[in-house]
Design a protein around this ligand. Structure first.
Ligand SMILES: *[C@@H]1O[C@H](CO)[C@@H](O)[C@H](O)[C@H]1NC(C)=O
Ligand SMILES: *[C@@H]1O[C@H](CO)[C@@H](O)[C@H](O)[C@H]1NC(C)=O
Length: 336
């Protein structure tokens, strides 16, 4: 069955894979007393039921005015039960996906959100495909997609332009896949920051391929706090085929975010590979691997790194790590 929800400001398509239908039924939520600027949860539920029961393709019509009235809450409460969905969504608000399983979100645009654009917590097997996030480069805390405590999130074919991290992969993120993503402006793609709390869970398993970062502060960043109690490790991260255009810190492991501390991070970083990373750096230090002095980073690999600063090869700075080098490499310089 095909379902379509639309207003003049929201366009949304929901596809349920289970049904295969051709004709069209229109269900205005007004039929179920859904009026603009009111809580439409019940009306939407009823309209949804009718649309779903229809043997023909169906469309739910929501009039303008419901964007701020629990529409998203009502909608996402239902989406939790869907095995498959595809949507086109234009909104000025942000949204959260919490505790969802086996869902696919296609072609959503999230525009000028006030905080995190998408906050994913406790999700399993969740795919973004053809997602778009737009927020001004100078807006604070507008992470594009923030992941936490989620297993099996895939972010595919997605463009993110924001004021903070394009994608932040926070505590408890396991088996994350990022493929064919464009990021910029923004702060780049970050794992962490970790370490602030003892209740954090490990970050394990990231495969990132075919990503272009343009005019972002950081490119690929892994960060943990020094002088912090958390000990959950970060492991098994693989980055390949990344193009950097005018990035301040293209590759950066930073376990000493707060300077002037002599209490190093307790977060162990293990098995991190960067392969075929090319482009331009805005600083001489294209690669910064600054690891914790108590743990060192283990099994870090740099393979075919080709980053230029002012037309010449950039340099790599390492502290408390001995990366394995293969293929093209940047010259190493001593850390300060
Ligand atoms: C993940 O979700 C998709 C549908 O969104 C489903 O087809 C697939 O079987 C799920 N995979 C697992 C491992 O549960
Ligand atoms: C290192 O991480 C990669 C990417 O997640 C994974 O495929 C590989 O099995 C890991 N290797 C070890 C030795 O854990």
């Amino acid at each position: 069955m095909d379902m379509e929800l639309s207003t003049t400001t929201l366009v949304l398509f929901i596809l349920l894979a289970a049904c295969g239908i051709t004709q069209s039924l229109v269900v205005p939520i007004a039929k179920y007393s859904g009026v603009p600027n009111s809580d439409i949860t019940q009306a939407l539920t009823n309209a949804w039921r009718e649309a779903c029961a229809s043997p023909t393709a169906s469309k739910i019509v929501i009039p303008r005015g419901n964007e701020d009235s629990g529409f998203e809450r009502a909608l996402f409460n239902m989406l939790i039960t869907l095995p498959y969905l595809a949507m086109v969504f234009l909104t000025v608000k942000n949204f959260g996906f919490n505790f969802m399983k086996h869902a696919v979100v296609r072609i959503i645009t999230s525009k000028d959100s006030k905080n995190f654009n998408v906050n994913e917590l406790g999700c399993q097997n969740f795919t973004f495909d053809g997602f778009k996030v737009i927020a001004p480069g100078n807006s604070l805390n507008t992470d594009g997609i923030h992941l936490g405590r989620s297993n099996g999130v895939r972010i595919l074919n997605t463009d993110i332009a924001v004021g903070d991290d394009c994608i932040s992969i926070d505590d408890g993120s396991v088996n994350t896949h990022i493929y064919n993503v464009k990021c910029g402006p923004g702060h780049g793609i970050s794992v962490g920051s970790l370490g602030k709390y003892t209740t954090e869970a490990p970050v394990e398993g990231l495969i990132l391929k075919k990503v272009t970062l343009t005019n972002t502060d950081n490119g690929l960043r892994i960060k943990s706090w020094p002088s912090a109690p958390g000990t959950s490790p970060i492991s098994n991260l693989y980055y390949e085929d990344v193009t950097m255009i005018n990035i301040r810190n293209p590759i950066i492991i930073d376990q000493e975010i707060a300077l002037g501390t002599n209490n190093p991070s307790k977060i162990r970083i293990r098995n991190v590979s960067f392969k075929n990373i090319r482009g331009t750096s805005l600083t001489k230090e294209g690669v910064n691997l600054i690891c914790s002095s108590v743990l060192s980073c283990e099994q870090v690999m740099l393979c075919d790194i080709d980053l230029k600063f002012n037309g010449a090869l950039a340099v790599a700075v390492c502290r408390n790590v001995r990366p394995t080098i293969a293929g093209r490499a940047l010259p190493f310089v001593a850390a300060n």
